[in-house]
Unconditional design. Structure first.
Ligand code: ADP
Length: 423
């Protein structure tokens, strides 16, 4: 394979290729050149290998391949008779940046570094041709990369559209199921609550505990179905806002009252700051209550016993939103990992293994369907506001805490201080 036998016209071949060389230089090059024959699939040079020679295809075709990752390589180019390869590594004095294999029985001329560099110095036309070939390759690689990018973009777009369709189907199903199930569950809850009033039940402690269990579980189920329905409205953009002046001290007093038992049992301190100095905000009081209720509920769930929950409010000027009420719900809980800070606002997203969550809506790491933040976000967005989470990170030992920041635009409204209507 390495002899000149069977290939009589190396000089003639080189002459057509390297015009501008005199006969002596051609003869020199021919002496330095080795004819090599490769069968189909055989490797001529390898990516990462030494760049100590360059090649010219005499007959046949070669494929130029590059590794994309450990498992995959991609064919970048196909070269036929008269084309060079391997000159890049040689000029850069580096290693090969591609693997070349014969695509069919192929003959190539292999020319070592030193004779090549000598000839390159002597033949400006060769230098120019190599430059032209290199720039063509770059242009071609550019074109190919763009085409691949377009194709990948299109594939991603299609995959996204498919996922969105699937997601919609799933959401539709959940919504219908929640709707259908809510009515019997509401009836069940009603009957169970009626049973609590029966003298027979009231007299019997065991029976009372059993019925209380049924009421609590059914109530929880009912809340979950309501949350799902809230969520689907919020997601469909179907939230009807019935605005009226909202007083934040009133909202948070209501929430504090609702969770009073849990706060006491879990020895959690609940503090508010600056709420009385906030103006009224023209918003939907029911929805706003729901959104902040979820934030406080989470602060309770993800803060160990004995921790602190602080709700602070102030008026801030926000570029793009103007004057806003900013409410921060802060806890001394387990915190949130940076990669989860955005994801937690997605519906049904919960950090970690769901099965490890304990049960109980206010217990530490209590279970939930992963809807609270999605609803809160939907509500705040529907009011033209912003919501996001900040946390130094997730650590159940050190408990670095989390902050949920909500900004609600006040617009031109001047409805006075909420203290006047507040608790
Ligand atoms: P869930 O019903 O699971 O509480 P949410 O949508 O309210 O659903 O919250 C989504 C996830 O965000 C939770 O499962 C929890 O991992 C994380 N999370 C929410 N609030 C907090 C918080 N205050 N501290 C730490 N993690 C939180």
């Amino acid at each position: 394979m390495v002899t000149n036998q069977g290939f009589p016209s190396v000089e003639d071949f080189l002459r057509t290729l390297f015009f501008g060389l005199d006969e002596e230089e051609l003869a020199q090059l021919a002496r330095a050149a080795r004819i090599r024959r490769f069968s189909e699939g055989e490797e001529i040079c390898r990516e990462g290998g030494p760049g100590d020679a360059f090649y010219v295809v005499v007959e046949g075709r070669v494929g130029v391949y590059k590794k994309i990752d450990e498992a995959e390589e991609r064919r970048l180019n196909t070269l036929g008779a008269g084309k060079f390869f391997g000159e890049m590594a040689l000029i850069q004095e580096g290693t090969r940046n591609a693997t070349v294999r014969a695509l069919e029985p192929t003959v190539v001329l292999e020319i070592g570094r030193d004779p090549f560099l000598r000839v390159l110095g002597a033949s400006p036309s060769l230098a120019v041709r190599i430059l032209v070939q290199l720039s063509r390759r770059l242009v071609e690689a550019d074109r190919r990369a763009l085409a691949e990018l377009r194709e990948t973009n299109e594939q991603l777009r299609q995959a996204l559209a498919r996922l969105e369709r699937l997601d919609r189907t799933k959401s539709d199903f959940i919504q219908v199921a929640a709707h259908e199930l809510r009515t019997p569950v509401a009836a069940l809850l009603g009957y169970a609550q009626m049973m609590q009033d029966y003298p027979l039940v009231q007299r019997d402690e065991q029976l009372r505990a059993l019925v209380q269990g049924v009421v609590d579980s059914t109530d929880r189920l009912h809340r979950i179905f309501n949350s799902i329905l809230d969520l689907s409205r919020v997601i469909e953009g179907d939230v009807k806002i019935h605005p009226s002046p909202v007083s934040f001290p009133v909202v948070f007093q209501g929430i504090r009252d609702e969770f009073a038992r849990a706060l006491e049992e879990r020895r959690l301190t609940f503090e508010t700051k600056g709420l009385h100095d906030l103006p009224f905000c023209q918003a939907d009081p029911v929805l706003i209550y729901k959104a902040f209720r979820h934030l406080v509920n989470n602060a309770i769930k993800y803060t160990p016993d004995g921790g602190r929950i602080t709700v602070s409010g102030e008026v801030v000027e926000v570029p793009g939103l103007g004057r806003c009420v900013q409410i921060v719900v802060e806890d001394t809980g387990i915190g949130i990992a940076p990669e989860d800070l955005d994801l937690i606002f997605e519906k049904f997203y919960r950090v970690g293994e769901a099965s490890l969550h304990s049960s109980g809506t206010t217990a530490f790491k209590g279970g939930g369907p992963g809807l609270g933040l999605a609803i809160a976000r939907g509500v705040i967005l529907a009011h033209g506001g912003r919501i996001w989470a900040e946390s130094p990170g997730y650590d159940e030992e050190a408990c670095p805490g989390s902050q949920f920041i909500v900004q609600l635009p006040l617009g031109d409204q001047d409805l006075g201080l909420s203290e006047n209507g507040g608790a």
